[in-house]
Write a protein that binds this ligand. Structure first.
Ligand code: RB5
Length: 144
């Protein structure tokens, strides 16, 4: 079973809780917070969770905030993180096949629960194609 982290600020909390429960049968989910709806700063929560990806404690991360925008900006500040803000199954699939995204970002105030589950499942069940994409993904970490 894949070991995947999940993290959100208060804006993504409700959807995080839903996904955490719904995905528990198919992946091992490690919850990196936040633990309730109290206001927290997304750069801090997301930074801490991204470190768990970089240290390989988890294979990937589902990160949420209200829109997904702050969480994706925050996650992509960390070298080695490839965070993709996805609103549909197609972008979730391509973020794995072409970009080898190791963080899926969702907007808790944007996506309905059923769509969010489908997007997350597509992301979890799609592999990196490598080939020509390997070189391009490598360039992300070497060209500053
Ligand atoms: C919190 O109100 C909200 O600003 C945050 O969740 C996120 O949407 C930021 O990008």
């Amino acid at each position: 079973m894949k070991k995947i982290g999940i993290a959100s600020d208060h804006g993504g909390f409700e959807l995080k809780e839903y996904l955490r429960k719904e995905l528990a049968d198919s992946v091992e989910i490690i919850d990196f917070g936040t633990k309730d709806e109290s206001s927290v700063d997304y750069p801090l929560v997301i930074a801490e969770a991204c470190q768990k990806v970089l240290s390989k404690e988890v294979e990937g991360l589902i990160a949420l905030c209200g829109t997904g925008i702050g969480a994706s900006i925050a996650a992509n500040r960390h070298k080695g993180i490839r965070a993709a803000l996805c609103h549909d199954e197609f972008t979730a699939e391509m973020s794995r096949r072409h970009n080898n995204a190791n963080v899926l970002v969702l907007g808790g105030r944007v996506l309905g629960k059923e769509l969010a589950i489908r997007v997350a499942q597509k992301w979890l069940n799609t592999s990196f194609e490598a080939g020509r994409h390997e070189r391009r993904v490598g360039q992300l970490d070497t060209i500053v």
